[in-house]
Design a binder for this molecule. Structure first.
Ligand code: SF4
Ligand code: SF4
Length: 415
């Protein structure tokens, strides 16, 4: 007997939602980038970012609304909306229909639940530890990764989704049941709602859902997981001095929270018109791996642009209007007078003419016989226009460093 009309309609709806998710994550129209990125639909991203960076953002309402729906219809989000879930449905059990010993053992361990609880605990102290493992973040990161040149970073960012799908081919539903932190979060929230007697959850308890649901409940594990997560998050924040020196997109939260809040979705990198954002390697410490950093080799942060501040789903970059963004300090320029062409008797004024904030001017050297560029620190935003314009090679005579300076900044200051 074929599927009924209701089931056929649901299948069509799933297909439409999946295509919409792909269109948002990977717009086919050149130059169009969705201002509301896909990961805002994730309840885990909404709760994690709301707890860790409680600034008012209307996009959080989308994830919270979906969470309420998940309480009413258990795991309905997983079955009908999550694009990873839809892809998994297409791959499910293609190569294997019997569980192996490893899968049977893994089913006993609620890994996703621990990931979620640790993340929630970390969020309480401003550092949601594993927000980047959210499936919508993995989906967006995978699509974004293959849009540019294939680098090691792109490969690392893009490999997680294929790995989840491969797992689904061998071990059906193992990811959803035991590894996915977003699925575990829905189960946890459902369990909590039932415990406090929320009427939706009480009614939904009678409906079919994943077998493992709400078994663990909200109890000792929650307190242990959240407690360890909070301690871990606090240590992570305190120890991220090694990430100093990275120039983050304008509007980014402080560095000690940024690497926890950024879910590595790549939306800001994709949205940047002059393409000055790229994924960080281990250059600024392991915590910053794949997070966005700015470099000014061939472009600068344009004074007429605030795109990256509009597309961050996690609050790692705060939403800024253009006038506010123009006042944000991304970094500080520093001049090396020993290599600057103007300061060494040449005729170059490239940095002075390119600075959109008029932070550079020609000044007389102390001897009165030569000139040099003078920087007004109160006007410099670290946009990088000067560095991009400087013709000196291989190391430019004017460079931008992170506001905290980092090791390189301190060295440069001493020149
Ligand atoms: S504001 Fe600057 S860093 Fe952000 S997208 Fe625009 S040019 Fe790129
Ligand atoms: S900072 Fe960029 S990569 Fe990180 S979550 Fe925001 S948009 Fe995504």
């Amino acid at each position: 007997m074929g599927p009924g009309t209701g089931e056929r309609l649901l299948r069509r709806l799933r297909g439409i939602l999946f295509l919409a998710a792909v269109a948002v994550a990977w717009p086919l129209v050149a130059g169009w980038d969705a201002a509301v990125p896909l990961a805002v639909a994730s309840p885990m991203v909404a709760v994690g970012s709301l707890v860790a960076a409680p600034a008012a953002r209307w996009t959080i309402a989308i994830g919270l609304g979906i969470l309420v729906w998940a309480l009413w219809r258990r795991r309905a989000f997983c079955r009908h909306v999550c694009p990873v879930g839809v892809l998994q449905g297409a791959c499910r059990g293609r190569w294997n229909h019997r569980r192996g010993a490893v899968a049977r053992a893994a089913l006993k361990w609620p890994i996703g639940s621990w990931i979620f609880l640790l993340t929630l605990g970390g969020a309480l102290v401003g550092y949601p530890l594993f927000l980047w493992l959210d499936p919508l973040a993995l989906f967006g990161a995978a699509l974004n990764a293959w849009r540019g040149p294939v680098t090691l970073c792109a490969f690392v960012a893009g490999i997680a989704l294929p790995a989840v799908l491969l797992l689904e081919m061998f071990e059906p539903r193992l990811w959803c049941m035991r590894f996915c932190p977003l699925g575990a979060m829905q189960d946890w929230a459902f369990s909590l709602a039932r415990r406090i007697g929320w009427p939706f959850a009480a009614r939904a308890a009678g409906r079919p859902g994943p077998a493992a649901i709400a078994k663990d409940g909200v109890g000792r594990r929650t307190f242990i997981g959240v407690g360890i997560g909070a301690a871990w998050g606090a240590v992570a924040r305190a120890s991220h001095a090694d990430a100093r020196g990275a120039i983050r997109p304008p509007g980014s939260v402080d560095e000690d929270r940024f690497t926890g809040l950024c879910i590595r979705c790549g939306n800001c990198i994709r949205a940047c018109p002059p393409q000055i954002l790229r994924q960080d390697t281990l250059q600024h410490g392991w915590a910053g791996l794949l997070a966005p950093v700015a470099s000014f080799d061939s472009g600068y942060c344009r004074e007429d642009c605030h795109r990256c501040t509009e597309v961050c789903p996690s609050g790692a970059i705060e939403r800024l209007g253009l006038p506010e963004k123009r006042r944000v300090v991304m970094g500080i320029a520093r001049i090396d007078e020993s290599t600057c062409l103007l300061a060494t008797g040449g005729e170059c004024t490239a940095c002075i003419t390119q600075c959109p904030y008029e932070a550079l001017a020609v000044a007389e050297s102390p001897d009165g016989f030569s000139s040099r560029p003078r920087l007004s620190l109160d006007k410099c935003t670290g946009c990088g226009a000067c560095e991009a314009a400087c013709p000196v090679r291989p190391v430019r005579a004017i460079r931008v460093f992170a506001p905290d300076g980092g090791e390189q900044g301190r060295l440069q200051e001493a020149v």
